[in-house]
Design a protein around this ligand. Structure first.
Ligand code: ADP
Ligand code: ZN
Ligand code: ZN
Length: 679
């Protein structure tokens, strides 16, 4: 096989195709050789999809290499049964190799990410109609005339920098650090137009939120039918159609959440990461990729501009990317004043200052947004007599009361049961502890009466009323059109909305996020407050109140001063001291089992093997292993985890993969996961 002459450009004479079957099983490696019949030789290229016989089955596979001959005797080579009408760009095949390596996955699973739905099942057998020339999509088509705003000086300066990088056609990682309302979207749009005008394509990644369709609509309105949208919520047929338009040149811009990073676009010039701090860029099942890493890697391989934008960037982006600043709001309005309210001496849910501010709003008319990052009615239910607390039978967490539904539910695994009327001990005095959005809604209705309508937005509301995107849009539209009112909800209410007339923002339990044992806790608490403040005071004078039990917390103090730079500088010092990103990369190995002891034992076993493997790979010095530590029980599994900090990511992942394989042989009842870039 090694002696076979290969030609990755797709030689007409290639008689053998190396095919990677699209299967989920880890055991099956590949690629496998198939003989190409004469009539297929001129049509099959690297990236082509073939239906091939495999054992007694027929599978879809991707041609990853073409060769003149095979090591297998010619008579033993089987022939493909059909050629599918879609083909992957060669660039994505390379990218799939990278994903499999970094995220400890298989080549097949990584390839599957890059294909439209149904590809593995062989959907798309029809030959494609004649290809649309890619140049048809370049700039001339369908000029959409919208009155475009005059750029602010800061926007113009940022764009000039982007322009220069686009012209150089070399990889340039940029951070558009702009305060909320500074007009980052306008910069993305213009950068996109420039890339198109140069005959290059663009990918615009947006967070996975109910508002994705609205953001996509904004790009369509400006750039017309050169825009395709790839979103897992689209019906399969629609996704295939969009994929094909991108692949064949009918569309040159792809807008969508994380999976859009795999858009089949050639001549990539620009990759935008809108709200780059958003956790939804991380995919939570195998391959556990982070779209931000993939975006940077794709941009690097294509010599494209990576443009990450945020008002609250991650510490690693702030440290590593070249910064373009938009320090002021596009309309010139000031950021709202932020006041910290100490809740330690308070007995009620709302601070007296919050109650006064809401009462003033009711009297004067106006709009407020109230953020509480917990849905449901109360955090947990306890028996006042015997002290019993209702917990999830599958996970180590308390069940949240949802009063309207009359249920208790687990926010980790979805377990649901009827809310009890009495305890097993016979007592009927059940006490509700903690505050959720459902309870906040009823408290506010009581406090504000009918003069100030309350609009609630959280995933309970979205789940109850059907299609999430439409429901969110409806709630937000009603709030936007109302003369006055209060929008309450979870972090969703702080994301991206542009209401011109919100004069009051209120954050409840601002330090709730800080209590999570997570190295990003500080960053998230800062972002939550800064993002909510970002919705306030656009077009009117604004004020933000932050209720907290930790008024001295660094994240909260800096957020109140709108001091992202100061916060990030201190955060980077802390990260350096603890060897967290950007000073090391993280990998988490999770072992899950029925019994806690099995999970722990397996994790210890992985650790021992990993020490060997890291030494053998020569990266032991650059890698630290921490744990095993017990994680909370989840979905009926006891779990133990190792945390790995390394400055040799690729080698460390390979070593851990090998260690897990060895441990798996010895601990058959344990499930293992290697998670690079854990959330
Ligand atoms: P960001 O994403 O930075 O928070 P947006 O892109 O939502 O900000 O822009 C905030 C508002 O400013 C929007 O209503 C947008 O239309 C407007 N805007 C953007 N650029 C300009 C400009 N140059 N002049 C006037 N208004 C602008
Ligand atoms: Zn009891
Ligand atoms: Zn649960």
């Amino acid at each position: 096989m090694g002696s076979a002459r290969t030609d990755t450009t797709g030689s007409v004479s290639a008689a053998v195709a190396r095919v990677q079957p699209l299967v989920a099983t880890r055991a099956l490696a590949g690629p496998f050789d198939y003989a190409l019949p004469e009539e297929l030789r001129s049509q099959v290229q690297v990236g082509s999809l073939l239906r091939v016989p495999f054992g007694a089955r027929e599978l879809t596979g991707v041609v990853v290499e073409l060769a003149g001959s095979s090591e297998l005797a010619e008579g033993r080579l089987r022939r493909p049964r059909a050629l599918l009408s879609i083909a992957l760009p060669g660039e994505l095949i390379e990218l799939a190799h990278y994903i499999a390596r970094i995220y400890c996955s298989t080549f097949s699973r990584a390839l599957a990410l890059c294909l439209p739905p149904g590809a593995a099942a062989g959907i798309g057998l029809r030959r494609a109609p004649a290809r649309v020339q890619a140049s048809d999509g370049n700039g001339r088509q369908s000029e959409v005339t919208l009155q475009r705003p005059q750029l602010t000086a800061a926007q113009a300066a940022a764009l000039a920098q982007i322009d220069e990088r686009l012209g150089a056609r070399r990889f340039a990682p940029l951070l558009l650090h702009g305060v909320t309302g500074s007009g980052k979207t306008e910069v993305y749009l213009r950068a996109c137009e420039r890339a198109l005008a140069e005959g290059r394509s663009a990918i615009i990644l947006v967070p996975e939120i109910a508002l994705t369709p609205q953001i996509a609509a904004r790009f369509r309105a400006r750039l017309g039918d050169r825009v395709a949208v790839l979103h897992s919520a689209l019906p399969d047929g629609e996704r295939r159609a969009q994929w094909r338009r991108l692949r064949e040149g009918g569309a040159r811009v792809c807008v969508g959440p994380r999976s859009a990073v795999f858009a089949p676009l050639g001549e990539l010039g620009l990759v935008v990461l809108d709200e780059e701090h958003d956790p939804s860029y991380k995919h939570e099942s195998d391959p556990r990729y982070d779209a931000r890493r993939i975006a940077a890697e794709r941009a690097r391989r294509s010599g494209a501009v990576l443009l990450a934008g945020s008002a609250t960037p991650r510490a690693e982006s702030f440290a590593h990317l070249q910064r373009l600043q938009l320090p002021e709001r596009a309309d010139g309005s000031p950021l709202p004043a932020v006041e910290i309210l100490d809740m330690r001496a308070q007995r009620s849910l709302l601070h007296t200052a919050s109650v006064e501010a809401l009462a003033a709003l009711r009297a004067a008319g106006g709009k407020a947004i109230v953020l509480l990052n917990r849905r449901g009615f109360s955090a947990f239910l306890a028996c006042a007599d015997c002290g019993h607390v209702w917990g999830c039978p599958e996970c180590d967490v308390t069940l949240v009361l949802h009063r309207r539904e009359g249920s208790l539910s687990c926010h980790h695994c979805g377990h649901r049961e009827r809310a009890p009327r009495r305890c097993a001990c016979g007592s009927a005095s059940l006490v509700r502890h903690g505050l959720g959005t459902e309870r906040l809604e009823s408290e506010l209705l009581e406090l504000l009466g009918s003069e100030l309508p309350v609009f609630r937005l959280d995933s309970d509301v979205l789940a109850r009323e059907g299609r999430a995107g439409e429901v969110a849009e409806r709630v937000l539209a009603r709030f936007a059109q109302a003369r006055c009112g209060v929008l309450i909800g979870t972090q969703m209410v702080a994301k991206g909305h542009d209401f011109p007339d919100v004069s009051l923002g209120l954050v409840l339990d601002a330090d709730g996020t800080l209590r999570f044992p997570d190295f990003r806790a500080e960053e998230r608490a800062f972002a939550l407050i800064a993002q909510l403040a970002g919705r306030v005071g656009r077009g009117v004078r604004g004020r933000v109140l932050v209720q907290t039990l930790a008024p001295q917390a660094r994240a909260i103090r800096h957020a109140a001063m709108h001091d992202a730079e100061g916060f990030l500088a201190a955060e980077l010092r802390r990260r350096r001291a603890l060897a967290y990103p950007p000073y090391a990369e993280l990998i988490r190995v999770i072992c899950a089992a029925q019994e806690a002891a099995s999970a722990h034992g397996a994790a210890q076993c992985v650790r021992a093997h990993a020490e060997d493997e890291l030494l053998a790979a020569g990266v032991a010095e650059r890698t630290r292993l921490l744990g095993p530590a017990a994680l909370m029980r989840l979905r009926g599994s006891e779990r133990a985890a190792l945390l790995v900090k390394t400055t040799a990511l690729e080698e460390a992942v390979r070593a851990l993969g090998a260690a897990v394989e060895r441990a798996a042989g010895e601990h058959r009842a344990v499930a293992f996961a290697v998670d690079t870039d854990p959330r």
